[in-house]
Design a protein. Sequence first.
Lengths: 182, 145
Amino acid sequence: MIKSILLICFVALGLTSVAQSLYITKDAKINFNSSTTVEDIVAESNQATTIIDIDKNVIKFSVLTTSFKFRRALMEEHFNENYIESPKFPKASFTGKIGSPIDWKNEKTVSVDVTGSLTMHGVNKEITFKANITPGKSKISASSEIVVTPESFNIQIPSAVRDKIAKEVTIKIEAVYAPYQQ
Amino acid sequence: MMKKKSVVRLVIWLLLIGIVTAFSAIYYVFNMPRRNLSKEVAVYSLAAKQLINDYQIDETFANKKYLDKAITVRGIIRSVRTLENHTMIFSIEDAMEGVSCTLDSADVVKYQTKLDLIKIGTEGTFKGRCAGKLMDIQIINCIPQ
């Protein structure tokens, strides 16, 4: 009897510790800017899902490409149909590791390197970027900026409009994570 | 002499009409309206559980069937949240891995009275555009039914 109660306690403890190492948000903000002097091209989505595992120092991030909103419906159509090809590749995702150890109990913003693979438009690329992470008791905040070139993800931009779209696209991410409760 | 003059006049008129048509066509395409889901007939109307099931079985196949289509889903509301930019998200059947229906801020204002009637634990129905699946299946530009 005592044995089984102990067992249940251990299992319960094990489960809570697993759950507590995960922090999640499904409302992360992601925007990108590929403006040039000719055209302002800014798009935003508030529906990126991201998870941090503070035991493994792993960050996962994914967004559905059709959830990006542009200033003009025409831009959205071009982005989804011609460039990112949402019907074929509906998801963009990243999985990576935080480069240096973080004291998750210290509520101070730290700047860390994150390295991992970014998959977009069906192309997988190893990238490293800086991220600012602020641990907290009930939440973790994180923000980052990633610079990518459309061509490195096999996104072909016709020469007729090449001058309208920036050569380097800046992706900004802001997320506030809460403990994952199942 | 008269004939030549009227031919020239006709050509000028045709040119003018052509230019105006071309410019208005360009203007329309450049400023084309967004998809308005309230005016679209749903291609599929189904229970959220069915949609979750279809995505669980084969995501690629489910995307082929549902992605970017106007669909109507119904199910038990498990959570409701409003974001900073006033968009509203209703999670159906499961708060984490169910179906998330997102309403744009303009539609939140437009359908406020209808939305006020939707309570957690009761059934809700939304028509929207299927964006695919992350942890949950995301339906965007939703309109309450």
